[in-house]
Design a protein around this ligand. Structure first.
Ligand SMILES: Cc1cc2nc3c(=O)[nH]c(=O)nc-3n(C[C@H](O)[C@H](O)[C@H](O)COP(=O)(O)OP(=O)(O)OC[C@H]3O[C@@H](n4cnc5c(N)ncnc54)[C@H](O)[C@@H]3O)c2cc1C
Length: 403
């Protein structure tokens, strides 16, 4: 008997099926995942798991037994190859599975370096899946030289782990500064200094011309003409939403699978959530790549499948761990025209507040949970404190919350 079918057994897919059961839904639920392991959290893949400080089982979002105990048919190691909308069924492993309601939580795929510049050589890694990281881990031998391509969060986190494990690390960033796409200059400066203090050689405004080697990478030619000898390469050059299935099925795509405010795609029987989905936000449209968004949107879609009719209103937040620094980000800084720095009470503790005009958009808090919490509360409630008060360490942060 058809029921709810979910394609993609990752963070969003797992949250969605659990929420359906928590809401008391009794119908059939099938969760189909291309990977061979139960749904797991990805953030530790570039942090504690890569450091060797976290056991595999702790990555799993729930014990595998949870799915059977809750009558969720978990089909691992199966890739859905087509959605036949007319017949309301999907094809996985040559078999057809019917649905009443279908959800796409297919996530994203990492961008790879083109084969023409050596991207297909052995020893060139991406960091997206458990399988990627299990292939990467044996490369982490002290003294070896790793080239990290890309100075976004994934590249910087991998660089931090490599440096902590005694590797020689060079990181190149083609843009003028690391984190340029996602953060202000001050945040870039903070993390450049942090990595420099741990011996990472960061080269900005330097691109990769090509990787060299016979079968396996052994060198890199950079855009500034320099030549490096390297033992292996990690690429952190971004991801693209996994929309192939949706596109082939004729669903509307707009920077990801296009959904309305309820998480519904252009087909009323099909929904989407997580990294693969774009949704209306503040008069525009956004696609977020984060755990909180994957969970919150998936849970809202679960409610809406059961008829709640509640819009998904994202309250974006994100984090990154590098060495002993926890960066917490509240809000989205897109369109900021001013950054206000608020010094913390000890070295390395700080926060940066992004404004557009008088409106507070986002906060980057480094080892400063208090600034993060206050900033998040302000942003979530649409309250913008006076920038002069924010910049003044004499003003108690909590006072900013008072109207
Ligand atoms: C190394 C790393 C570090 C990160 N760190 C952070 C962090 O610190 N903080 C944070 O907020 N976020 C972080 N993220 C991002 C976060 O993990 C993602 O935003 C989140 O996993 C998105 O969940 P999702 O369910 O949309 O996609 P995913 O978790 O990627 O799950 C999608 C699943 O769908 C499967 N799939 C795709 N197509 C098919 C198909 N046709 N058939 C069957 N299965 C299919 C895929 O195999 C995959 O298992 C990190 C991500 C990575 C990779």
């Amino acid at each position: 008997m058809p029921g709810i079918v979910v394609i993609g057994a990752g963070q969003a897919g797992a949250a969605l099926v659990a929420k359906l059961r928590a809401l008391g839904h009794q119908g059939e639920i099938t969760l189909i995942g291309a990977e061979h392991v139960p749904p797991y959290q990805r953030p530790p893949l570039s942090k504690k798991y890569l450091l060797g400080e976290m056991a595999l089982e702790r990555l799993f979002l729930r014990p595998e037994s949870y799915y059977a105990e809750n009558a969720i048919a978990l089909r691992l190691g199966e890739t859905v190859s087509a959605i036949e909308r007319g017949d309301q069924r999907v094809i996985a492993g040559g078999r057809a599975i019917g649905y009443d309601q279908l959800v796409l939580t297919t996530g994203a795929v990492p961008r790879r370096l083109p084969a023409a510049i050596g991207g297909d050589l052995g020893g060139v890694h991406v960091v997206r899946s458990l399988r990627d990281v299990d292939a990467l881990a044996p490369e982490f031998e002290p003294g070896r030289h790793v080239l990290v391509v890309g100075g976004g969060y994934i590249g910087l986190e991998a660089a931090a782990v490599a440096a902590a494990r005694g590797l020689k690390v060079t990181l190149i960033e083609a843009a003028g500064r690391i984190l340029q796409r996602v953060a202000c200059k001050e945040t870039s400066d903070y993390f450049r200094a942090l990595h420099g203090a741990h011996g990472v050689d960061i080269r900005e405004a330097v691109g990769l011309e090509r990787l060299t080697g016979k079968g396996r990478v052994s060198g890199a030619l950079l855009s500034d003409g320099s030549v490096l000898e390297v033992d292996f390469v990690i690429t952190g050059i971004g991801i693209t939403p996994d929309t192939d299935l949706a596109e082939a099925a004729g669903l509307e795509i707009e920077n990801g699978i296009r959904t309305d405010q309820f998480g519904r795609t252009s087909d009323p029987a099909i929904w989407a959530a997580g990294d693969c989905a774009s949704f209306p936000w503040r008069g525009g449209r956004v696609r977020l790549e984060s755990v909180p968004n994957a969970i919150d949107m998936a849970e809202r879609v679960a409610e809406n499948i059961l008829g709640a009719g509640k819009p998904y209103v994202a309250q974006p937040w994100f984090w990154s761990d590098q060495y002993d620094v926890k960066l917490q980000i509240a809000g989205l800084n897109a369109g900021y025209d001013r950054v206000v720095a608020r010094p913390g009470d000890s070295p390395g503790v700080t926060s940066l507040w992004y404004y557009r005009g008088a409106e507070l958009l986002a906060v980057d808090a480094m080892n400063n949970a208090r600034a993060y919490m206050v900033g998040k509360r302000l942003i979530d409630t649409g309250t913008s404190p006076d920038p002069a008060a924010v910049a003044d360490p004499g003003v108690d942060l909590k006072a900013l919350l008072k109207p």
